[in-house]
Write a protein that binds this ligand. Structure first.
Ligand SMILES: [Fe+2]
Length: 205
C-alpha cells in the first residue's frame, strides 16, 4: 500500500457519486481529494523534515513535530478505514451487522438499536472535530465505542478499530450544513457491515 516509506492516498472502493443521496459527489470528492490528501501530504512532509534534520544532525522541536505527525497519521489512518467501512446504500451499505459481529453487538449492547443509539450519541457529542469508532478490546474480547477528538485524542492503545464515522465539519458541511445529527442519521444507510464484520473476525484471531 504505502511506497518509498511515505504515505499515499488510497483509491476509494466505489465511485464518487455512488453514495448519493447520503453523501453527495462534491462532498465525497472534496473530502477525499482535498482533506484526506492534506493529511497524507502533512504526514509525509513531517517525515521528510525529520529525515533531513537527522541527516544534518540539526535541532528539531520534538514536541511540536510529534504532535503534528500524530495529527496527520491519525487523519490518514482513520480516513482510510472510513472509506472502506462505507458502501452504496442497498449495494453492500446499510441494514444491520451480520454474522459474528451481530452476535457480539447483541451480547455487548443488548440489541443493535441500543448500539446504534450509543454510537450516535458518541458521534453527536464529540467536542469540536473528531470521530466515533467501534472497536474491539482483545484483552477482554469486548466491543467498545471510542470517542476520538481530532484524530488522536482519547485513542485507546492497541484497541482494534472496526468501524469509524468522521464528524469533522468537512465531512458533512456541503450536504448538511451544521446539522451533524442529520449526517449521522444518513451514515447508517451506507455502513458496510460485511467489511466491519471481516475486521471483527480478523481482530479476534
Ligand atoms: Fe474527514
Amino acid at each position: 500500500m504505502e511506497s518509498a516509506k511515505l504515505y499515499s492516498l488510497p483509491k476509494l472502493p466505489y465511485d464518487y457519486n455512488s453514495l448519493i443521496p447520503h453523501m453527495s459527489e462534491e462532498q465525497l470528492r472534496i473530502h477525499h481529494t482535498k482533506h484526506h490528501q492534506a493529511y497524507v501530504n502533512g504526514g509525509n512532509s513531517v517525515l521528510e523534515r525529520l529525515d533531513k534534520a537527522r541527516k544534518e544532525n540539526a535541532e528539531v522541536d520534538i514536541k511540536a513535530t510529534l504532535k503534528e505527525l500524530s495529527w496527520n497519521i491519525g487523519g490518514h489512518v482513520l480516513h482510510s478505514l472510513f472509506w472502506n467501512n462505507l458502501a452504496p446504500a442497498g449495494k453492500g451499505g446499510g441494514g444491520k451487522p451480520t454474522g459474528a459481529l451481530n452476535e457480539a453487538v447483541n451480547k455487548e449492547f443488548g440489541s443493535f438499536e441500543r448500539f446504534r443509539k450509543e454510537f450516535t450519541q458518541a458521534a453527536s457529542s464529540v467536542e469540536g472535530s473528531g470521530w466515533a469508532a467501534l472497536s474491539l478490546d482483545r484483552l477482554t474480547r469486548r466491543l467498545l465505542i471510542m470517542q476520538i477528538e481530532k484524530h488522536n485524542t482519547n485513542v485507546y492503545p492497541t484497541l482494534k478499530i472496526l468501524m469509524v464515522l468522521d464528524v469533522f465539519e468537512h465531512a458533512y458541511y456541503i450536504d448538511y450544513k451544521n446539522d451533524r445529527a442529520k449526517f449521522i442519521e444518513a451514515f447508517w444507510n451506507i455502513v458496510n457491515w460485511s467489511e466491519v464484520n471481516e475486521r471483527f473476525q480478523e481482530a479476534l484471531k
